[in-house]
Ligand binder design. Structure first.
Ligand SMILES: [Zn+2]
Length: 123
């Protein structure tokens, strides 16, 4: 059995390399030609389907990583544009929703029963 090669991407928040499918893509939509030479504000959004066109950056499916990227302004640097606060807020909500969908809160905690060797004296 040969292991499948997984494409790896770096999270813009924590900087860790992770398999692409474990990350969520943040995409900046291709800039449309503005009327009368006006440059429209860039459209930044989460791409949960991985199919949106445009320039992308990757984040863990974790609101914490988005917050890290937001604080360090790494997404702004990646896209070389300003990102309005409300865009961050919306992305954070979306990422939280995706997180909850991926990990149902009712999942029982994993219980590990450790078997202790018997017949050994203490102290
Ligand atoms: Zn991360």
């Amino acid at each position: 059995m040969r292991p499948k090669k997984t494409p790896m991407r770096m999270c813009t928040g924590c900087g860790q390399m992770k398999p692409k499918k474990e990350l969520v893509r943040v995409v900046r939509a291709p800039q449309k030609e503005g009327e009368q030479g006006q440059v429209p504000p860039p459209e930044i959004s989460l791409d949960l389907t991985g199919k949106k066109p445009g320039r992308g950056a990757y984040l863990c499916r974790d609101a914490q990583c988005l917050q890290l990227a937001r604080k360090a302004r790494r997404l702004e640097r990646a896209f070389s544009c300003k990102i309005p606060e409300e865009v961050y807020d919306r992305m954070e909500e979306e990422i939280r929703a995706a997180q909850e969908a991926a990990q149902p809160p009712q999942a029982p905690p994993e219980i590990v029963i450790e078997e202790e060797p018997l017949g050994k004296g203490g102290a």
